[in-house]
Write a protein that binds this ligand. Structure first.
Ligand code: SF4
Length: 353
């Protein structure tokens, strides 16, 4: 497998990209911002955004101390704003939990909002010279073809296979160049359509090419698979065994029905809980996560992560909604998954009481 990295690195030395703004002065902060911007966005689009961002927020501290509005204003036009929000949140976490020093171990990096295994691998290999593989969309395509991997790369088992192949191919030195090289290969030669196998440095070992099946890889997503969206639901109870419900806006999914406060993620849910409203003195705030479950709509699955919070004194002042007696709540107009949760709550309370 050393042949793969050797050939790739020799090609990179001559043909790879060496003058991208984030390749200069490679600090974890600079590499991190570039990796987040490059998710779902082309290099050429990212460059001016990256430069403006770095001028306004040249250091991690500057980013952490900026207000969210100004961070998002720098993101306007790039799309996928959760990336910008997470970047800002993560910078604040680093300031608070790591004294402003970007963490240098995998576990701490991957625990930051918006950083998955591949982004963590890119930061560690490019900026910190550690041996970690990456598996972004480009690399998935290259490896699916190189090893003729059958199956959709979004599938857990296929993804696991690609991760172990990525790990195996990573050389024992030049981690930064190797990561950049394999990304460049995917972006410039092993492209989605019309890959340039004639110029490819690893063509000699490519299984898809040898089998004449390059166009088949990577396998596309099976047609019937619906997208999965995530939501965190909050079951907030006060001391009178009343449940906080909010009316869903109409039109929209579940428009006009009573529902539980809903957030995009557990982090958003926690952030929305104003610390001053938490719970009574004698019982400290306790947020209990229930088992996740899935509700399917015609166009997507909603992966629901319910959370229970007891003995709340008051809901945050800005929240729209009202308290309802728990034992009568199931009779209200509730969406099916919410009804299921309310019934489960009643059952659980009945057992405890
Ligand atoms: S030979 Fe073609 S399909 Fe195989 S890795 Fe190279 S560019 Fe991709």
């Amino acid at each position: 497998m050393q042949n793969f990295s050797k050939a790739l690195l020799s090609w990179f030395d001559v043909h790879g990209r060496h003058d991208l703004p984030w390749q200069q002065d490679k600090t974890p902060y600079r590499v991190w911002v570039s990796e987040i911007m490059l998710q779902q966005t082309q290099v050429q689009t990212v460059i001016p955004y990256y430069e403006r961002f770095m001028t306004s927020f040249p250091t991690l501290q500057a980013l952490a101390e900026a207000d969210q509005e100004s961070v998002l204003a720098h993101w306007a036009g790039l799309g996928y704003y959760a990336r910008g929000r997470n970047l800002h949140k993560a910078a604040q976490t680093i300031l608070q939990q790591h004294q402003g020093e970007f963490p240098s171990d995998f576990e701490a990096i991957v625990a930051l909002p918006g950083i998955g295994r591949s982004t963590a691998g890119a930061i560690l290999s490019i900026a910190l010279q550690q041996r970690y593989p990456i598996l972004d969309g480009n690399v998935k395509r290259v490896l699916s073809r190189y090893f003729a991997v059958e199956g959709w790369p979004g599938e857990k088992t296929v993804e696991a296979q690609l991760w172990s192949q990525a790990q195996m191919l990573t050389p024992l030195a030049r981690f930064d160049d190797y990561t950049q090289a394999i990304m460049d290969l995917g972006a410039t030669l092993c492209t989605r359509s019309k890959p340039r196998c004639d110029a490819c440095p690893v063509a000699h070992g490519c299984a898809a090419l040898a089998q004449g099946r390059v166009a088949e890889f990577p396998f596309s997503k099976p047609k019937k698979t619906l997208p999965v969206r995530r939501a965190s639901f909050l079951m907030m109870l006060n001391q009178q065994r009343q449940l906080w419900l909010t009316r869903r806006p109409s039109p929209g999914i579940w428009g006009g029905l009573w529902s539980l406060p809903q957030f995009e993620s557990r982090e958003d849910l926690i952030a929305a809980l104003n610390p001053s409203m938490q719970t009574t003195e004698d019982s400290p705030a306790s947020l209990v996560k229930w088992e996740e479950f899935r509700h399917t709509f015609s166009h997507y699955h909603l992966q629901i992560e319910p959370h229970r919070l007891d003995r709340v004194q008051e809901a945050p002042a800005e929240w729209q909604g009202q308290w309802h007696d728990l034992d009568k709540a199931a009779q209200l107009g509730l969406p099916a998954p919410v009804k299921k949760l309310v019934e489960q709550l009643e059952k659980e309370d009945g057992q405890n009481g």
